[in-house]
Ligand binder design. Structure first.
Ligand SMILES: [Zn+2]
Length: 220
């Protein structure tokens, strides 16, 4: 899988395209939970959660950089794929690489244990992102994560009503919450645990050195 390219540059794997329009999906209450009127087996995933049905046709239309494609986000998160190129996320002895744009001014104060909807990244994409995006360059934090657990979903929450389910809010819900039966999920949330901070530029330099050494083997 490689990212689609436009005149605006590389489009991240998880970005939704305007050609990927979601159909209006009538919902009903069935077996005391939210369901699609014409539900199919592929509409539900982990824990029986109902997912937003959106066609996956990356490259069709224009990239909508503010929107995340539900299926590709879920595949990237559950399969630990890079959110930018869709290839395997980088992993070393310190864990899987995550790039967080919402860095606090004092990363040392971060709790061990962090919930996110952003899938991990590979090292080349992390390096490119940090160099290309002024927002990230200023405020990003790179993490090496030892443990990540599927925590829940973010999506549209409904409640039972006399004439059918009623949309109430856009929220994040854990898999253990009873509300999980009343949500149409659009993003998978993971809980990151046991992580350390790392420096992307340093890691990129080390990776480049290894590549060079590998390309020209020397006797020890
Ligand atoms: Zn990548």
């Amino acid at each position: 899988m490689s990212p689609a390219t436009t005149t605006r540059g590389t489009v991240p794997y998880i970005t939704q395209w305007t050609g990927e329009q979601k159909a209006a999906m009538p919902v009903v209450t069935r077996r005391e939970r939210l369901a699609y009127a014409d539900e199919r087996s592929y509409d539900r995933d982990i824990g029986g959660v109902l997912w937003r049905r959106v066609p996956s046709t990356p490259g069709k239309g224009k990239p909508d950089f503010g929107a995340v494609h539900p299926l590709r986000q879920r595949l990237a998160m559950a399969g630990l794929l890079c959110q930018v190129c869709g290839g395997p996320a980088d992993r070393n002895e310190d864990g899987v690489l995550w790039l967080m744009g919402e860095a606090s001014d004092n990363p040392d104060s971060w709790p061990q244990g962090l919930e996110t909807a952003h899938p991990p990244v590979c090292l080349p994409c992390a390096t490119l992102s940090v160099r290309a995006c002024p927002h990230l360059r200023r405020r990003f934090v790179a993490l090496r994560v030892q443990t990540c657990t599927l925590a829940g979903v973010h999506g549209a929450l409904y409640q039972p009503g006399p004439d059918g389910p009623i949309l109430t809010d856009a929220v994040g819900v854990t898999f253990r919450s009873p509300a999980i039966r009343w949500i149409i999920a659009s993003q998978l949330l993971v809980y990151l645990d046991r992580f350390t901070f790392t420096d992307i530029e340093t890691e990129a330099e080390i990776a480049a050195t290894r590549k060079t050494t590998h390309g020209h083997p020397q006797r020890e």
